[in-house]
Design a protein around this ligand. Structure first.
Ligand code: HEC
Ligand code: HEC
Length: 415
C-alpha cells in the first residue's frame, strides 16, 4: 500500500508540476516575446503622427460615411468585443462571407484581410468604406461629408491640406468594384481625371488617418511576456507567479507536441503567411473561397497598393514585398495565420467564426474532424494531435495568458 501511495503521489506531482525548460525551450520562449513596436510604415508619412491618430479615431467611430448613416468601423470592430463583433460572419448592410478579425496589434500584420488582399492599413480602409455589404459608402460622398462638417474639415485640412472644391461633383461616385452598371460607377466615369485623382487622394488620406489611429491599438505585456522576461533573467519564482503550472504545460505543448509555433511563431504568434488547415466552410460542402489565391492577385492589382501614386514610399520595403509576391494556385483556400495575442478577447474563431471557443479550436486540431481538402495542391502540414481533454485545457490556459495590457483608455471610445 505504501508503494501504491508513492506511485499515486508521483503521478499527481507529474500532472501538476510546471515543466523543466531545456536550453532549446528557453530560446524558443525568448523568440515569442516581448512584442516589439509595430514596424515603421514609410508608405504613410503620418502613420505615427499623434494628431492624425486623433483624427483617425474620430473617423473610426463616425457613422456618417455609410450609405444608411448607421455603420462605422466600430460597428463591426467594437472595442468592447476585442475590436471585433462577436459574430460568425460580419453583418451590417448585408451578410459578409467572412468573420470580422480583431484589430488588436493589427499594425504588426504583414498583409491585411484573411486573404491578404491589402498591403497597408491605409489601403485596407478604403474597402470596408465602399463595400456594399459593410458601409456602402463611396469616396466622393466622403469628400462631401468631410467638407460639410466644420470640425472634420479643419482637422483634415491641418493634416493633409485643402479639401478639393467638389461643388460640381456628383453626390456619390466610385469606380465599379462590384457592379459596372452601378449608377455610382457611371457617375465616377463622368468625372474629370483630375477630380478622380483628387477624390482618391482624400480617400487614401482617410485611410492614413485611420491607420495612425489603429497603430495605437496595441496590447502587449501579457502574463506570458512577464513570464518570459522572468525566465530570461533566471528568476523562475517570478516566472511561476505569472503562469500557472498548467498554463506552462500548455506552453510546452505549444512548443513541442502541438508544433503550433511552426505557423504561430515569433512575437506576433503568426508567421504572417497563409496556410490551409482545412477548417470546413460554415455552410458545409467543399470550400469554394479561393482565399489567398485571389488575395495575392488583388493586392498586386490594387490601385492603392504600396507601389501606387498614393504611397509615400513607392520604392521602399513595402513595394519590395509586392515584387516578390507570386500568384500561386497552391495558395487556393489558404488564410492568413491569425495572431494568437489577445485571442481570448474575440471569439468566435477562424475565417468564418466556425468555432465558438478556444477549446473548440483545440479539439479541431486534436482530431481534424470534418477537415476539408481542396485538392492535391493543398499543403499537408497538419496531423491530428490526439490531445487529451487535460492537454486541451492546458493549451487553452496558455492561450488565455496571451492577453496583454490595453493602451490608454482614451483610445478606446468615441472621441
Ligand atoms: C460590416 C462589418 C465591418 C465594418 C463596418 C468594417 N469592417 Fe473591418 N473587417 C470586417 C471583416 C469581415 C473583415 C475581414 C474581411 C476579409 O478578410 O475578407 C475586416 C477586416 C479588417 C481589417 C484587416 C484586419 C486583419 O487582421 O487583416 C482591418 C484593418 C479593418 N477591417 C479595419 C476597418 C476599418 C478601418 C473600418 C472602417 C473604415 C472597417 N474595418 C469597417 C468587418 C467590418
Ligand atoms: C500549418 C500552420 C498552422 C499550425 C501548425 C497551427 N495553426 Fe492555428 N491557425 C492557422 C491558420 C491558417 C488559422 C486560420 C485558419 C482559418 O481561418 O481557416 C489558424 C487559426 C488558429 C486559431 C484561431 C484564431 C482566430 O483568431 O480565429 C487558434 C486559436 C489557433 N490557430 C491556435 C493554434 C494552436 C494552439 C496550434 C497548435 C496546436 C496551431 N494553431 C497550429 C495556422 C496554423
Amino acid at each position: 500500500m505504501k508503494f501504491a501511495g508513492v506511485v499515486l503521489a508521483a503521478g499527481v506531482a507529474l500532472t501538476t508540476a510546471a515543466p523543466e525548460w531545456s536550453e532549446r525551450d528557453l530560446k524558443r520562449i525568448a523568440s515569442l516575446s516581448p512584442l516589439p513596436a509595430a514596424p515603421h510604415n514609410a508608405t504613410n508619412a503620418l502613420a505615427d503622427d499623434e494628431r492624425a491618430a486623433q483624427f483617425g479615431q474620430r473617423l473610426f467611430f463616425d457613422t456618417r460615411f455609410s450609405s444608411d448613416g448607421k455603420v462605422s468601423c466600430a460597428t463591426c470592430h467594437d472595442p468592447a468585443l476585442g475590436f471585433a463583433d462577436g459574430k460568425q460572419v460580419a453583418h451590417t448592410l448585408g451578410k459578409s462571407e467572412r468573420h470580422t478579425p480583431s484589430l488588436w496589434n493589427v499594425a504588426h500584420q504583414r498583409w491585411l484581410f484573411w486573404d491578404g488582399r491589402a498591403d497597408t492599413l491605409w489601403a485596407q480602409a478604403v474597402q470596408p468604406l465602399e463595400n456594399e455589404l459593410e458601409m456602402g459608402g463611396d469616396r466622393v460622398a466622403l469628400v462631401h461629408a468631410l467638407r460639410a462638417d466644420a470640425t472634420l474639415r479643419s482637422s483634415y485640412e491641418e493634416l493633409f491640406g485643402a479639401l478639393p472644391d467638389a461643388t460640381d461633383w456628383p453626390a456619390r461616385a466610385k469606380p465599379g468594384r462590384e457592379r459596372a452598371d452601378d449608377p455610382r460607377h457611371v457617375a465616377w466615369n463622368s468625372m474629370s481625371e483630375a477630380s478622380r485623382v483628387a477624390a482618391n487622394r482624400v480617400v487614401t488620406n482617410f485611410g492614413k488617418a485611420l491607420e495612425a489611429y489603429q497603430r495605437k491599438l496595441v496590447r502587449a505585456n501579457s502574463p506570458f511576456d512577464r513570464f518570459a522576461a522572468a525566465l530570461a533573467r533566471g528568476d523562475t519564482r517570478a516566472a511561476d507567479e505569472q503562469l500557472s503550472p498548467s498554463a506552462q504545460r500548455g506552453l510546452a505543448l505549444f512548443l513541442g507536441k502541438g508544433n503550433c509555433r511552426s505557423c504561430h511563431g515569433g512575437p506576433s504568434f503568426s508567421d504572417g503567411e497563409f496556410h490551409n488547415i482545412g477548417v470546413p466552410p460554415l455552410n458545409g460542402g467543399k470550400p469554394t473561397d479561393p482565399a489567398r489565391f485571389a488575395g495575392a492577385a488583388a493586392v498586386l492589382a490594387d490601385e492603392f497598393n504600396a507601389r501606387s501614386a498614393f504611397s509615400d514610399a513607392r520604392e521602399g520595403e513595402a513595394a519590395l514585398k509586392l515584387e516578390t509576391l507570386e500568384v500561386n494556385p497552391q495558395s487556393f483556400g489558404e488564410y492568413r495565420t491569425p495572431t494568437l495575442r489577445n485571442v481570448a478577447l474575440s471569439p468566435p474563431y477562424m475565417h468564418q467564426g466556425q468555432f465558438a471557443t478556444l477549446r473548440d479550436v483545440l479539439r479541431f486540431y486534436s482530431t481534424l474532424e470534418g477537415a476539408t481538402q481542396v485538392g492535391h495542391h493543398q499543403e499537408q502540414t497538419l496531423q491530428p494531435l490526439k490531445l487529451s481533454e487535460s492537454e486541451i485545457d492546458e493549451l487553452a490556459q496558455f492561450l488565455e495568458a496571451l492577453t496583454g495590457e490595453p493602451p490608454d483608455a482614451r483610445w478606446l471610445t468615441a472621441p
